[in-house]
Design a protein around this ligand. Structure first.
Ligand code: ZN
Length: 253
């Protein structure tokens, strides 16, 4: 049976049966892969916390013919990103980034870029950057990697640099000037000029510079609303981790 070695990030992990764990990884070589860690809960020493979500690991696994799940032979922790585990907000954002990355690795071309973006996002969370602002910087970036890049530079209708008041067309994925809304067909959502500038940069800046962007609470609210509406419209469902993040961010929580 073929044995493989790869770098990976744990994006999901759950108990299975009496003693095992089923773990989903994102690997820059093969994309998303799910494998079983036999006896992981019986012998704590064998995997030493390396199967916890949002861990960067070095993985050795065996493909099993005619089985959906591979078998984890060895999983060594490279980084647990301890900083991001210090509060719920950062964990919530790590969950959003991981879920999104896991969802979008469809084609072989975008796999290394998606892995690099997730690794960079987790690193920045670990370093203590403001989590919600960071999430906004990465959201539309991930959507662009999935082939859903929005048009931020020019108005979808007049093709010019858009002039306020601005609107966002979720169905077409792009910005529209106030004066052009009469010629727009889809449902439009208001877009603050400040948020537009940030989102435009978030989609085009080199990955290493994304950490420079700062979304204030108002821009965060707008960006999250647009991203959720966008995913709902194009994928027909919500991300689980968005709901978790909303729950821990609400004042009642
Ligand atoms: Zn226009």
């Amino acid at each position: 049976m073929p044995v493989h070695k790869t770098a990976a990030i744990v994006i999901r992990s759950r108990d299975y049966g009496e003693a095992d764990r089923i773990v989903t990884f994102l690997s820059p070589d093969v994309g998303r892969l799910t494998a079983i860690a036999k006896g992981a809960r019986k012998s704590k020493r064998r995997f030493l916390n390396s199967l916890e979500p949002f861990s960067r690991v070095s993985l050795i696994y065996t493909e099993r013919p005619n089985r959906a799940l591979g078998r984890i032979d060895n999983c060594e922790l490279v980084s647990s990103y301890p900083g991001l585990r210090q509060d719920l907000q950062r964990l919530g954002v790590a969950a959003c980034l991981s879920e999104l990355a896991g969802e979008i690795v469809g084609t072989q071309e975008n796999v290394p870029e998606t892995f690099a973006a997730l690794e960079s996002g987790l690193n920045l969370l670990d370093q203590g950057l403001p989590p919600e602002s960071l999430l906004c910087s990465f959201l539309f970036r991930f959507l662009a990697l999935a082939g859903y890049g929005s048009r931020w530079q020019a108005c979808l209708v007049c093709q010019q640099v858009p002039r306020g008041p601005l609107w966002f067309d979720i169905a077409q994925g792009g910005v529209i000037c106030g004066a052009c809304t009469t010629k727009a067909s889809g449902r439009l959502y208001p877009l603050q000029v400040g948020t537009w500038k940030l989102l435009r940069l978030a989609q085009t800046l080199p990955l290493a510079k994304l950490s420079r962007l700062r979304f204030d609470p108002r821009a965060q609210k707008q960006c999250l609303g647009l991203a959720q509406g966008f995913i709902r419209h194009h994928w027909g469902r919500e991300l689980r981790s968005f709901k978790f993040l909303e729950k821990i961010s609400s004042p009642e929580a």
